[in-house]
Design a binder for this molecule. Structure first.
Ligand code: XMP
Length: 522
């Protein structure tokens, strides 16, 4: 629980895919926010002493049988309330207005015209703004004491207020990036209407997480599979701050790591942070299992299964009184790894995707989970990492797939082919960093193709390997475009690879976007 002197906004979650984005926007105002299930009682809410409440959107219709309802006493708490989309309809419905199924579903961009410029929500906004809608139902009759403060072509009541009670409703979504000035509306609600102060920082997040972790874990021991990626690294640093030596990290070298990866992780976490780190070199085990395997799905499966076994062996070998000493497994799960927040009509417990950050969860191991980053988005995790003192090379590193270089070697995986790819890849990384491009792109790496071609070196004919360069920009890895990198940099990378990496005589640049191509080649 956060320090009670902090400003606080509570968000009731009615199942919108954007609830976490609302929380994030409030955090961006440096105000503490907490998401509660839609059915939190008014008494619970009062006990938390928030400065205001936001009712999220949601997929339901207020009249449908299992529509998630709000405790009506929430409207008697004397607190400012902002209802967004379904949250607005629910407020309208409960306070005596009328919600109807709209003939035309409003979806996508629209223009909001502000009718009452003195409305506190629209302070500094001007006459009209671009907004993003996604709703079928709409309010058709205002509840008593409310007035319309803005409209769209399709909705007379696109924004409403009850000035006396400080209740506000928005038919559209101010939290999404497609409502470019939505953040200002949220700021107006948080600061002007609720009177919050900016007293919540990543430092406060760290302090709060540490006390929550201590409370959850007590004096038990926690194990964490450290991959060296941003998420598990930040989780490790945070847990270490919270519980020190009760944390043990297991770092598995699967033989598919990039050049210097194992050394970097040991240097940063072992030498610098003094985190208990068990380094397991299982490369031979993995590479033996992968011998002769060329099918990418088979490769992934083998690597996933082997990871679980190696991880299990490692944790079993760390025992106390002959028993595994770990009660908890920590994971760097982020919000995007967690499937939709509330399961409406069912148990409002969040589900976990079988996600692949550490190569898959050991399913039959009886651990309790510690996931201190599960409310955060990637860029927030990076801020936490930086605040905890993790070096830029860790905090800002590009995503790297769990199955490692296996998905970047097409065809057979052998030690020799791994050597070629590692050397080529470290030239790519080095040149990207020295030209200041590395941190501007989503990913930049080399791929080893199962193609040999003829070349000429000196007077000799060669018959050697081909390396493809994959350098892409992306927001989230779901879609991507190839980077228009200056020719000089491409030329330098190419000539260095061909000159310095024995076994390569050709370099190609991948100019496909995703979709239809993927980022990794596999
Ligand atoms: P694709 O190739 O599907 O990749 O366009 C999208 C993003 O996901 C990363 N990726 C993985 N990450 N385990 C991971 O942890 C995996 O098995 C995996 N496969 C792809 C990829 O690097 C890109 O950022």
């Amino acid at each position: 629980m956060a320090d009670s002197s902090l400003s606080k906004i509570l968000i009731l979650d009615f199942g919108s895919q954007y609830t976490q984005v609302i929380a994030r926007r409030v955090r961006e105002c440096q105000v503490y926010s907490q998401i509660l299930p839609y059915n939190a009682s008014a008494a619970e809410i009062r006990a938390q002493a928030p400065d205001g409440i936001i009712l999220s959107g949601g997929p339901s219709s207020v009249y449908s049988k299992d529509a998630p309802q709000v405790d009506p006493a929430v409207f008697d708490l004397g607190l400012p309330i902002l209802g967004i989309c379904y949250g607005m309809q629910l407020m309208g419905h409960h306070l005596g207005g009328k919600v109807e199924h709209s003939e035309r579903r409003e979806y996508g961009s629209g223009q909001l015209r502000i009718l009452v410029p003195e409305c506190k929500l629209f302070q500094g906004i001007g006459d009209s703004i671009e907004i993003w809608n996604s709703h079928g139902d709409k309010l058709t009759k205002l509840p008593r004491g409310f007035r319309s403060v803005a409209h769209t072509d399709n909705s007379e009541y696109a924004a409403i207020e009850h000035p006396k009670k400080q209740f506000y409703g928005l038919q559209f979504h101010p939290e999404v990036v497609h409502t470019p000035r939505g953040k200002e509306l949220i700021e107006n609600f948080v600061y002007t209407i609720c009177g919050c102060r900016s007293d919540w920082t990543m430092g406060s997040f760290i302090d709060q997480s540490c006390s929550e972790i201590r409370e959850q874990v007590g004096d038990a021991h926690v194990v964490l599979g450290l991959s060296g990626g941003v998420d598990s690294s930040v989780a490790a640093a945070l847990l270490h701050k919270a519980i020190g030596d009760q944390l043990t990290c297991v770092f598995v070298n699967n033989g598919l790591l990039r050049a210097n990866e194992a050394e970097t992780v040991q240097r940063v976490f072992g030498d610098h942070f003094h985190i208990k780190l068990k380094y397991v070199d299982a490369s031979t085990r993995f590479l033996n299992k992968l011998k002769g395997v060329t099918n990418p799905e088979r490769k992934r499966k083998i690597i996933g299964n082997e990871f679980v076994r190696v991880f299990e062996d490692a944790t079993k070998s760390l025992t106390r009184n002959g028993k595994s000493k770990f009660k908890f497994l920590a994971q760097g799960t982020l919000y995007p790894d967690v499937i939709e927040s509330v399961a409406i009509g069912g148990n409002p417990a969040a589900l976990i995707k079988s996600h692949h950050n550490v190569g898959g969860l050991p399913k039959n191991m009886k651990f309790k989970l510690v996931e201190p980053l599960r409310q955060l988005f990637k860029d927030e995790v990076r801020l936490v990492g930086a605040q905890l003192g993790l070096p830029t090379e860790i905090v800002q590193r590009q995503p790297f797939p769990g199955p490692g270089l296996a998905v970047r070697i097409l065809g057979d995986i052998t030690r020799e082919r791994l050597r070629i790819l590692r050397e080529a890849d470290s030239i790519v990384v080095g040149e990207m960093k020295s030209s200041d491009w590395y941190y501007k792109v989503w990913q930049s790496f080399a791929v080893l193709l199962p193609v040999r071609s003829v070349g000429v070196m000196g007077d000799e004919r060669t018959y050697e390997n081909t390396v493809a360069l994959r350098i892409v920009e992306s927001q989230d890895g779901m879609t991507a475009d190839w980077v228009r990198l200056p020719y000089e940099i491409l030329a330098r990378i190419s000539s260095r690879i061909i000159n310095e990496v024995k076994g390569v005589n050709r370099v190609c640049y991948d100019i496909s976007s995703k979709p239809p191509a993927t980022i990794e080649w596999e």
